[in-house]
Design a protein around this ligand. Structure first.
Ligand code: ADP
Ligand code: MG
Length: 352
């Protein structure tokens, strides 16, 4: 059980860690961030930061001794580290969830096992596994572990691509049939300790080069799809016995079929607009859930569109003047890198 008014440990000091720490501060919850990066963006927003590699036991022990409950901003923390911490202090969401979701193959097996559809897929260990799964082409070949923002992905249009692309078979891949996309949406949901939920309406997402470019509410989709996606997200959260905020990404194909793409066991980029559109953001809900605070009923105040600011684009955004319906978030990253998320802009609109 989490004690009242706990000190919250957050593993990961990127922009998500920073926004979690900001939300915690609003709720008067003290935060201690564990980060590998001494210039981590969360440094300026949390109460204390511990800089260490995630597998350095001595620093982990120090971090754990200072906090009452632990959460994380990204899913790729080594499972054995989370497991170790969870023996000493509560970790939400629980580490076994990460074990399922860290691997695209076990993640998709889990989703299908609970009766929810994904695109067809197969585990790939070598070139012949691709050639033997010709029905999955055109498809996307993704590393089973450690990919994000389209990193570690190959588009395979035909068998020829499979032999011509420089794919290194020193790790496992998943080959997914390419979906003839009409739209992509996501559902952000927060589950509390007593099986209570708050769930946002679907967010419509536009990706460019496999990376989120824009997100908006309301999503321009049929009500029946919207309801089905929300039901599926609830079922996933329940089956995982999830505590905290998570996000389910979906594909809608041209025939209006709904497929789950992936589960993010954390706050999500598409949910950043909730900071401005709702009475309680995805970050605040996460803090409330993992710290066992009171749940607040969600109220939508505005519609909105969010634009991700990537790499050098941040320079122009830093110079701009903004009107009162525009909210610019600068992640204050120490270095500008190509394809790196540097900030975002949310433009709120009245509800129609
Ligand atoms: P990441 O973990 O990098 O977010 P995703 O699997 O979500 O990886 O892929 C990123 C984006 O690439 C998706 O949001 C979608 O736009 C595109 N994409 C990925 N897989 C498929 C697929 N099977 N069919 C069509 N588009 C896909
Ligand atoms: Mg994704």
């Amino acid at each position: 059980m989490v004690k009242s008014n706990p000190v919250l440990g957050i593993i990961g000091g990127g922009q998500l860690g920073a926004m979690l720490a900001t939300a915690a501060k609003k709720l008067k919850i003290k935060t201690i961030v564990l980060s590998e990066d001494e210039k981590a963006p969360a440094k300026k927003f949390c109460d204390e930061i511990i800089i260490s590699k995630y597998d350095k036991l001595k620093s982990i022990d120090n971090f754990v001794s200072k906090v009452d409950v632990v959460t994380f901003e990204f899913e790729n923390i080594p499972f054995k580290v989370l497991k170790y911490i969870s023996k000493i202090k509560p970790v939400f969401p629980k580490p076994s969830i990460n074990q399922i979701v860290q691997n695209r193959f076990t993640e998709k097996n889990f989703i299908n096992d609970i009766g929810i559809k994904t695109t067809n897929y197969a585990l790939v260990k070598n070139q012949s596994d691709i050639l033997n799964n010709e029905d999955l082409l055109p498809g996307l070949l993704k590393t089973c572990t450690l990919g994000y923002d389209g990193k570690g992905q190959f588009v395979l249009n035909n068998k020829k691509d499979a032999s011509e692309l420089a794919i290194q078979f020193n790790k496992e891949y998943i080959l997914e049939k390419k979906v003839d996309l009409k739209k992509e949406i996501s559902i952000v949901i927060t589950r509390f300790l007593n099986n209570d939920f708050v769930i946002y309406e679907p967010i419509e997402n536009l990706h460019v080069d496999q990376m989120l470019h824009k997100a908006k509410i309301p999503a321009d989709i049929e009500k029946i799809i919207s309801e089905k996606a929300q039901q599926q997200a609830k079922l996933i959260a329940e089956k995982l016995d999830y505590i905290g905020t998570m996000c389910v990404e979906y594909f809608i194909d041209k025939k209006n079929n709904l497929f789950v793409n992936e589960i993010a066991p954390r706050v999500h980029n598409s949910g950043h607009l909730t900071i401005n559109t709702h009475n309680s953001s995805q970050f605040e809900n996460h803090i409330r859930a993992v710290c066992n605070l009171e749940k607040v009923e969600l109220k939508k105040i505005y519609n909105a569109e969010m634009i991700n600011i990537i790499g050098e684009e941040i320079k122009t955004y830093r110079e701009k003047l903004y009107s009162k319906n525009e909210f610019f978030f600068d992640y204050l990253k120490s270095e500008i890198k190509e394809k790196r998320k540097m900030g975002h802009l949310t433009i709120i609109k009245p509800q129609t």
